[in-house]
Design a protein around this ligand. Structure first.
Ligand code: GLC
Length: 787
């Protein structure tokens, strides 16, 4: 965006002093300090000062990086310094300054380009590193295009992609250049910035990664054959280097720093109905009634900006919604929860209490000249809460808490990049500890800080309940507070296809709770696209139908009976899978396992799986191959090594190759990994009625000797009492020894008062064995049979 001409950058060249520190070394290189410090055996932190001082807390992403002592060895010669832990070493060249990072087995993690290990001009800096044609780049969060980022130049600057007004970023919906056209599936930058770049070698399948903890605009240039460059427009270099060598280990370490998703309410995993539309209270309730009449499962109804009084946040248009409390309680009786949008822009309107309070208490962002910063959003002129300030986050939290008192279940945060419309954000200033910081420093973190304040408020209002916040913007760590949807996509097949690698990328960057607008947001959708998008969304972590104002209807029934039936059965399939989906989510809250997972996560040493962008794992048992083109009659897909069952035919298939399957309009190709036991429930219209008396455990028999483990997690779905043991966790082990199979369930936890489940029915795929009933499914059980 605004990097200076590279030829003027100054390289750090001479190491002048080497000082041992607790877990590494600190160098004086020319006139800057460079610190190499082990955070863990397999995580190295690199910091480079500006004017010899370090920024102790560059962003809000890293919660802490103190994980206890790390045994460190320092070896110094006249020309080099080597610092090692048991898993990583950094070898530093003293003149010219450079550093290479290796694993203990000698394999490369980072190799600096000589003369360009670090160069800077003013506050901007560039690092250049060697790469080869065998390296694949993954990660970087919400990016367009396929999984492998090789060949791309990507910018990290949270952007309202459809706004024609830009911050120096070319953006034109008519442009021939796909990078400049937000309607293309190569547009960049997007709404969320997560500076976690993975590097995986196709040769040995080993993964490493770097997280750059810097909120300023950054660029990742991977267009060159033999090197890649990381550039920052400001802020310091604070880099966490992860040794891997598995993607799983990288992600675990990354979320140890930045946090995991909090347990979501069960209802947030259901089907959501949203639309930018000027609903009256009656129309909105009628919509709920149609859902129930047609028996199409749906958990929530959402309200977009038109419920407000002239877009003033935390107000209601009382003409349209004369009795919202009654509306919410009527909805609740029918099993619906309600969510409204809350944008950060507060209408500049003296006399409007929210504006007045923010102004009087000095809670809005200022300009350089000390005035209240004014931008432009839906209400016209708007002030922006300075979420960098704790007092502003607290205030916002309180406003949200009051807002949901009328009976709302969750909050939808939008325009929080922040989008300032036709008014440039460049004069916006942030107040951190009384300091006056430039807009660029916190821009990318604004959405996360807004969600942080919102969650704090909701938690203080209802401490016993889990929160649900959906955010458009985000930064590393956003998963601690909110789910993300991928913003204003288009009703276009290419955007449906793009959603797969985009969601997967977010998942391996710590944010598992993601989804694209089902049916597409911009432009009119069409029948087939809506059906296919719904079928895909049944297996997106977040499943919400949403569309732009003025477009043709895209309700499940909008295109007639045939597609209504198809969409209904896609939604029903999701509800049937609910015990599995919930268990997958709950696992992720504990160990950061992704939910919509690129094949590379499980098969990184398989070059086909490594770059795959068209299929994914939903949890660790289900492979999903969505249909992303019109008129599909067949689908070619990659099945990774192992044995798989076709979900519909139960046919056993061998993996490690591409297969082609016939595709009918009523199916999304789904494959179950042999050895998995999938818990399934009866379909309900809303998770509010989800109190199954019995669950099916569908065991997909392994073809090889050995044990596989699946976990079913059950609890009340709305509180955190599960943390104190009020839950049921069934660890299901399926073991094959010769012809014999043993399926055993070990139950953990104290149970929970709302539980109605008593039994299981175990069914078997891959064997001609009758279903078996486990009458007492609350104590350990065992089933042994031959096949
Ligand atoms: C933005 C959001 C979209 C919303 C609209 C009106 O474009 O991305 O989801 O419907 O604003 O609030």
């Amino acid at each position: 965006m605004k990097m200076s001409a590279e030829k003027y950058f100054i390289a750090l060249e001479e190491v002048r002093f080497v000082t041992p520190i607790t877990k590494g070394v600190e160098l004086l290189v020319d006139s800057e300090k460079v610190r190499f410090e082990f955070v863990k055996d397999d995580v190295l932190k690199i910091k480079i000062s500006q004017a010899q001082s370090f920024d102790a807390k560059p962003t809000f992403a890293v919660m802490h990086d103190e994980f206890g002592p790390v045994e460190t060895k320092i070896e110094e010669t006249a020309k080099t310094v080597k610092v090692s832990s048991s898993k990583l070493s950094v070898k530093i060249g003293k003149s010219p300054f450079k550093f290479d990072v290796f694993r203990a087995d000698g394999s490369k993690v980072i190799a600096s380009v000589p003369g360009a290990a670090y160069k800077f001009i003013n506050d901007q800096w560039i690092v250049e590193r060697k790469t080869t044609v065998d390296d694949v780049f993954l990660g970087l969060g919400e990016k367009t295009g396929g999984s492998d980022l090789k060949g791309r130049f990507l910018t990290m600057w949270n952007t309202d992609i459809l706004s024609p007004n830009s911050d120096g970023i070319a953006r034109d919906t008519n442009s021939e250049n796909p990078k400049e056209n937000p309607r293309s599936d190569m547009y960049d930058p997007y709404y969320i910035s997560i500076n976690l770049l993975y590097n995986v070698s196709k040769v040995d399948g080993m993964a490493s990664a770097s997280y750059f903890d810097n909120g300023y605009c950054m660029h990742f240039d991977m267009q060159h054959e033999s090197k890649y460059k990381v550039m920052a427009e400001g802020g310091q270099l604070t880099e966490y280097v992860f040794a891997g060598p598995t993607i799983k280990e990288v992600l675990k370490n990354f979320t140890d720093l930045t946090g995991v998703m909090q347990a979501p309410p069960l209802w947030s995993l259901g089907h959501h109905q949203c639309r930018w539309h000027n609903y009256s209270q009656k129309q909105w309730l009628d919509l709920a009634a149609i859902y129930r009449k047609k028996k199409i499962p749906c958990d929530t109804l959402w309200l977009d900006i038109d419920y407000m009084d002239e877009y003033r946040v935390f107000t209601w248009n009382k003409k349209q919604f004369p009795d919202r409390k009654k509306a919410f309680s009527d909805l609740k009786e029918d099993g619906f929860r309600a969510i409204t949008i809350v944008d950060p822009g507060v209408k500049y309107d003296p006399g409007y209490p929210v504006f007045d309070e923010g102004f009087e208490k000095n809670l809005f962002c200022k300009t350089d000249g000390g005035q209240t910063y004014i931008g432009q959003v839906w209400p016209g002129r708007t002030a922006f809460p300075d979420f960098v300030k704790e007092s502003a986050r607290e205030w916002w939290g309180r406003l949200n808490a009051e807002h949901v008192e009328s009976g709302l279940a969750g909050i939808w945060n939008d325009m929080n990049e922040p989008a300032t419309g036709a008014i440039s954000p460049s004069s916006m200033r942030w107040d951190r500890d009384g300091g006056n910081h430039p807009h660029e420093r916190y821009h990318n973190q604004y959405g996360m800080l807004m969600a942080m304040g919102t969650v704090q408020g909701l938690k203080s209002a209802r401490p016993e309940y889990r929160t649900f916040v959906l955010s458009r913007a985000g930064f590393a760590g956003i998963q601690r507070y909110a789910a993300n949807w991928t913003g204003d996509n288009c009703s276009d097949w290419s955007h449906l296809a793009m959603s797969v690698p985009m969601n997967c990328r977010l998942n391996i960057c710590g944010q598992p709770f993601v989804g694209s607008d089902t049916g597409g947001f911009c432009d009119d959708t069409n029948e087939e696209l809506l059906v296919r998008w719904y079928q895909y969304s049944a297996f997106q972590p977040f499943m919400r139908n949403h569309q732009c104002i003025g477009n043709i209807d895209q309700y499940p029934w909008s295109f007639g009976k045939k597609s209504e039936k198809l969409i209904k059965s896609a939604i029903e399939l999701r509800y049937q899978f609910m015990p599995y989906i919930y268990s997958v989510f709950m696992k992720s809250t504990q160990d950061s396992t992704p939910i919509q997972t690129p094949l590379s996560y499980y098969w990184q040493d398989d070059p086909e799986a490594l770059v795959n962008s068209r299929e994914y794992m939903f949890g660790d048992a289900l492979l999903v191959a969505p249909i992303v083109e019109p008129g599909a009659k067949e689908r070619t897909l990659y099945l990774p090594k192992g044995s798989w069952y076709d979900f519909y035919t139960n046919k056993l298939l061998k993996g490690g190759k591409y297969i082609t399957v016939d595709v009918e309009i009523d199916k999304i190709p789904l494959f179950v990994k042999a050895g998995s036991v999938i818990p399934l429930a009866e379909v309900v219209q809303s998770t509010m009625f989800y109190q199954p008396k019995e669950l099916e455990l569908r065991a997909y028999l392994p073809t090889k000797k050995g044990k596989t483990v699946s976990v079913l997690h059950e609890d009340d779905g709305i509180t955190d009492r599960w943390k104190a043991g009020d839950m049921l966790q069934t660890t299901i082990t399926l073991e094959k020894t010769g012809k014999q199979y043993k399926l055993s369930g070990v139950i953990d936890g104290n149970g929970f008062p709302e539980n109605k489940r008593k039994s299981f029915v175990v069914s078997f795929v891959g064997a001609d064995v009758a279903d078996k009933k486990v009458k007492d499914g609350l104590t350990n059980f065992e089933i042994i049979f031959d096949n």
